[in-house]
Design a protein around this ligand. Structure first.
Ligand code: FMN
Length: 334
């Protein structure tokens, strides 16, 4: 791993470029970065909000939180000292965070490991293998989440019925709504094409799973990478990212924590996919909240497992960097 070198604006630009690999709801990539000398400003691109799925912009802000975490990991891995302000702009709701460069520091080995896996992390919606996830690995993910600013509730066997009911309710309510089906369809892309949205060969038919995943196929596409009638995902584990509050700063922290969990799981050799369907419908979100004993707010679900054998799914594309990263003013070279 090489240290990040050059002027502050160059280093922050590098971090913003790496952060374009962050996960986002339906791969909308709803963020913008503005680099100005020793600051990198992260803003929401609300033109990419999902009007039916995400009317309040929770998942949009959660996605931006994941991008913020990717940028911070890159800086920490590169030996950069920095500070982060959340929601810096009074009265400017699109201003989500500012990263301020402060100089050099020793690179963090933990951050370097996460930086390495940014390039290989991807959503894996295939059924997991039949190998159980080691409990110690799950415990490490839980600790990781606490450090990132929110929490990871690991769903216990006795709670699984609630998660199944929440997923089932979300699927029934959403798929019955033509506006939902139209929105989902508008973000599906033919295999190998596009710059955003989900290429259909990255998705998997729901199949028979104890906890159903989002049914993308109902929008009219033929499922591409898995077809079987066996009950899949028997060894999947489920985590709920839980935030202390339920405002935009909490949604950002939820996204930071989601990214921390996904990258740490990847570093553990585990496969993951996010499940925001669990929190999109109010009744499903309330069911999860009750499951948590009304302590905290469920931000998003995470499906975690040992990956299936065989080649990984194709990668989802990203938008051109020039649309999302703007250098407003460079700092003087070192
Ligand atoms: C806030 C958020 C919500 C998401 N919700 C879902 C979901 O409900 N189902 C799913 O399969 N993937 C979900 N994802 C994963 C995205 O679809 C995925 O990150 C995006 O398509 C980019 O692909 P990648 O993760 O392989 O890089 C979500 C991701 C984020 C950040």
């Amino acid at each position: 791993m090489t240290l990040l070198v050059g002027s502050a604006s160059r280093i922050l630009t590098d971090a913003a470029l790496v952060a374009l690999q962050a996960p986002s709801v339906l791969n909308t990539q709803p963020w913008r970065w503005h680099i100005e000398r020793d600051t990198a400003r992260l803003s929401a691109d609300r033109s990419r909000r999902l009007a039916r799925i995400d009317p309040e912009g929770r998942l949009l802000v959660t996605s931006c939180g994941a991008a913020l975490h990717h940028a911070c990991v890159t800086l920490a891995a590169g030996g950069v000292d920095f500070e982060v302000d959340l929601l810096p702009g009074e009265g400017t709701p699109d201003a989500l965070a500012v990263i301020r460069y402060r100089g050099d520091t020793g690179p963090s080995a933990a951050a370097q490991r996460l930086r390495e896996v940014i390039a290989v992390r991807q959503s894996d919606r295939r059924p997991f293998s039949g190998t159980p996830v080691p409990d110690e690995a799950l415990e490490r993910l839980r600790v990781t989440a606490d450090r990132a600013g929110a929490h990871l509730h690991l769903v216990r066997a006795a709670e699984l019925l609630t998660v199944i009911a929440a997923a089932g309710h979300a699927a029934a309510a959403e798929l019955a709504d033509p506006a939902y089906r139209a929105e989902l369809l508008s973000w599906l892309r033919p295999p190998g094409s596009g710059r955003d949205g989900l290429p259909v060969d990255t998705i998997t038919p729901p199949g028979v799973r104890p906890v159903p995943i989002r049914d993308f196929s109902t929008a009219g596409y033929v499922p591409a990478i898995y077809s079987d009638t066996d009950v899949a995902d028997r060894e999947a584990r489920y985590g709920i990212v839980v935030t202390d509050g339920d405002g935009p700063a909490d949604w950002l922290r939820g996204g930071v924590t989601l990214s921390a969990v996904l990258l740490a799981a990847t570093a553990e050799g585990l496969a993951t996919s996010a499940m925001s369907d669990l929190v999109e419908e109010p009744a499903a979100r309330v069911a999860l909240q009750r499951m948590l004993g009304d302590v905290g707010h469920p931000a998003i679900g995470v499906r975690i497992g040992v990956p299936a054998a065989g080649p990984p799914p194709p990668r989802a594309p990203r938008r051109p960097a020039a649309e999302m990263v703007e250098v407003v003013a460079e700092s003087a070279p070192d």
